[in-house]
Write a protein that binds this ligand. Structure first.
Ligand SMILES: [Zn+2]
Length: 385
């Protein structure tokens, strides 16, 4: 009687695992012991592969010495048939056992516990376009990838509508979380434009095994960072002349001057490297900031800009509406238009890390027509002028 088994020692067989096939063979009677034993693996092309070593007969546990083992060098992924044949000394008593060994692909690292987070100036729900996106996950390995230290991460985030892909540049890990094993990773993707995104995590071990996880579409939702919205009594009339870069430049300079006077080195350092650009923003939006990039809507959401020819004073805003709010009189050229200086200073406030509020000051998220909100900044500004 013969039986056979083919078992890797633990877990599935991977393409870089040595394969061990063990079997036991029992003679029909004690006067005719087993004389020959053969073991081969046969691949899908009918090629026979011989073991690199055979061991036996040996005793397993406390039993009799009727076990054998054959060791094969690592084999490419695929399904193999093992064939075992034993024959006793009669040369006619013989038995054959067959079975299959699957050498699997895709073993190696495995990805779990994916979380999308953010590196935020402040903690609020959602991710804004001025907040860095961080993806964390856990990686486990099997015996084919014994060391997490040799696993290399790659994280790509793809915009669902433009299909523009961004690859993370900074990775952290493996680190432990909550005192557990060091199996966690994090990727810093940086800031992303507003939109929805799909992300892919790929982990590759030193043997070339990979594991990949692709999120559902829309797994990352980036909202426009604190857009400044116009507050107007009715729809825009006519098509205002679009703002030019030449018109924008002196207002940007004046905005920097006022903020620097009020905030000192905080403004000079914080605004370093910032850029202010013209854009066609969504309906109702006057300005938007991502990181150090400020976008200003070309036509002030359709209401037209007031481009102050004397941006270092507030002469066109003669009325005081509130503690931080000036308003243009009916006959002012600023009446019925959106104050470009307030808008640029508001967005620069975001560059400096200030968040929107609803206090009627410079960082108020809504700007009515004909209103300038620079009083608090100006009071400091005035003391310098
Ligand atoms: Zn804002």
């Amino acid at each position: 009687m013969v039986f056979a088994k083919a078992l890797p020692d633990t877990g599935p067989v991977a393409a870089n695992d040595a394969i061990v096939v063990t079997f036991a063979a029992t003679a029909v009677d004690s006067t005719h012991p087993i004389m020959t034993e053969s073991l081969v693996l046969v691949d899908s092309n009918d090629n026979s592969i011989r073991p690199s070593a055979m061991y036996g007969p040996y005793a397993e546990a406390s039993g009799s010495a009727n076990d054998w083992a054959g060791v094969f060098a690592p084999l490419p992924a695929g399904i193999y048939t093992y064939k075992i044949q034993v024959t006793d000394t009669t040369m006619t008593n013989s038995d054959i056992a067959t079975g299959s060994v699957t050498v699997a692909t895709g073993l190696g690292p495995a990805i779990t516990s994916e979380v999308v987070g953010k590196v935020a100036p402040n903690s609020v729900a959602g991710i804004a376009s001025n907040e860095a996106v961080v993806i964390t996950w856990a990686t486990s390995t099997d015996k084919s990838s014994p060391s997490l230290a040799n696993v290399t991460p790659n994280v790509t985030v793809t915009n669902d509508s433009t299909h523009v892909a961004t690859t993370a540049t900074t990775y952290y890990g493996p680190y432990s979380q909550f005192g557990g094993a060091a199996s966690f990773w994090a990727a810093d993707v940086g800031t992303l434009p507003a939109g929805t995104y799909t992300y892919t995590i790929k982990m590759t071990d030193s043997a070339g095994h990979t594991a990949a996880f692709t999120s559902p579409a829309g797994a990352i939702q980036v909202a426009a960072a604190s857009p400044l919205l116009v507050d107007a009594p009715g729809p825009a009339r006519g098509a205002p002349t679009p703002l030019t870069s030449a018109e924008l430049a002196p207002i940007v300079a004046a905005a920097e001057q006022r903020l620097t006077a009020a905030l000192g080195t905080q403004a000079t350092a914080g605004l370093g490297g910032a850029s202010v650009q013209l854009a066609d923003l969504s309906s109702g939006m006057l300005g938007e900031t991502s990181g150090k990039t400020v976008l200003i809507d070309r036509d002030a959401a359709g209401y037209g800009w007031f481009v102050d020819p004397t941006p270092s004073d507030n002469a066109e805003f003669a009325e005081r509406l509130g503690p931080d709010t000036l308003a243009a009189a009916q006959d002012s050229p600023a009446a019925g238009r959106v104050d470009l200086l307030t808008t640029v200073m508001h967005e620069m406030g975001h560059v400096l890390g200030y968040r929107d509020d609803s206090s009627g000051d410079l960082m108020d998220a809504v700007l009515p027509l004909g209103v300038r909100r620079t009083v608090a900044v100006d009071e400091v500004f005035a003391s310098y002028s």
